[in-house]
Design a protein around this ligand. Structure first.
Ligand code: NAG
Ligand code: NAG
Ligand code: NAG
Ligand code: NAG
Ligand code: NAG
Length: 299
């Protein structure tokens, strides 16, 4: 068979796989990632925004947010990247990089925290000769900063971050992991934002200039001056996982209003935090020494 004939035969399979979507343990759903990056874009310094523009592929239409779900598709051809979306703990409510950050073969650093540091490092070579594909580095980084803020991306090994915990979300069968990736966001959009992601993003941006404005300094506070604070973000996430995501949940439980109304504020805050921190990381990378003087303001 000629190669192009073989390729044609493969096409239906590719479409089927696309329809089925990635296997369990994807990340914030597509919308979560887009929202994180839409928030980040608003807080980029001029220099950082220019570097991001220069790195984005043409298909991005000049918007980082359109590329932020990319890493979930990339898992299909970059199998090694799958473990970079999350990190698990041995059923404890704390995170230790040396203990937890590895892939199933025990390779150190192969987890979401290591990945954020890895792709940050790579992007520091922007403007110099480098063997890395910095377009991919940027798309990975933007995605993983989102993921590390999803509490169940820093969950327990035993239940794969809530993937093996079956629940009902109102009437629908879901996994606990999926509830935190997508369902809480969907229900919030339905209940509060006229089913619109754009309205939800606007509301989050409003809160950042309003009720949350005093918190931003804390969120961007990062002891680690040059690298990232991904380690701290993972520690926060496992705390939220224990105190909110897993709390009072058992197999086959039905989760409804009680759960939703006490958890959606956490989800909204994590999306906003991820956006602010992604901007902070990119400003530091691309705006060098000035970055710490850049007030985090809407440009
Ligand atoms: C770092 O990035 C390179 C290039 O994408 C990749 O091969 C490697 O697995 C990454 N390691 C981590 C820990 O992210
Ligand atoms: C860099 O990665 C992007 C996305 O995978 C790809 O489209 C592009 O061709 C790559 N560039 C180079 C020079 O390999
Ligand atoms: C909600 O969205 C619908 C279309 O989806 C629109 O017709 C309606 O005006 C919107 N309502 C508000 C309050 O924005
Ligand atoms: C959960 O429900 C499934 C069937 O939907 C059942 O097989 C399983 O035993 C139940 N597990 C628990 C712990 O109740
Ligand atoms: C966002 O702001 C609105 C309006 O001020 C407020 O009602 C809401 O509680 C805030 N959301 C969060 C999660 O702080």
């Amino acid at each position: 068979m000629a190669p192009h004939q073989r390729a044609l035969l493969l096409l239906p399979l590719v479409f089927l796989l696309l329809l089925l979507g990635p296997p369990h343990a994807d990340s914030w759903g597509k919308e979560g990632h887009i929202m994180v990056c839409q928030i980040a874009e608003e807080y980029l310094s001029e220099k950082a925004a220019a570097a991001v523009q220069a790195l984005l592929p043409e298909s991005a239409g000049g918007e980082l947010s359109t590329m932020c779900p990319w890493a979930d598709q990339a898992r299909w051809h970059y199998h090694w990247s799958s473990p970079l979306h999350y990190v698990n703990t041995p059923q404890v409510c704390n995170f230790k990089s040396s203990r937890d950050c590895h892939n199933s073969r025990g390779q150190q650093g192969m987890c979401v925290v290591g990945a954020i540091n890895n792709y940050t490092d790579q992007l520091y070579s922007y403007g110099q000769k480098t063997s890395y594909n910095l377009t991919e580095s940027l798309m990975f980084l933007a995605h993983f900063v989102g993921d590390v803020h999803q509490p169940l991306h820093v969950g327990y090994e035993e239940d794969e971050g809530g993937t093996t915990i079956n629940v009902r979300w109102y009437r629908r069968k879901e996994t606990l992991h999926h509830v935190w990736d997508s369902d809480i966001i969907d229900t919030a959009q339905k209940d509060f934002y006229n089913k619109s992601m754009d309205i939800m993003v606007e509301a989050l941006k409003m809160n950042l200039t309003g009720g949350w404005s005093d918190d931003i300094t804390h969120w961007e506070n990062c002891k680690n001056k040059h690298a990232t604070c991904a380690n701290d973000y993972a520690i926060e996430s496992i705390h939220y996982a224990c105190n909110y995501a897993y709390k009072d949940v058992e197999q086959n439980i039905t989760l409804g209003d009680d759960y939703f109304f006490t958890r959606y504020p956490i989800v909204e805050q994590r999306l906003a935090q991820a956006g602010i921190r992604l901007a902070l990381i990119l400003n530091r990378i691309f705006d060098g020494d000035n970055a710490d003087d850049i007030p985090l303001q809407v440009q």
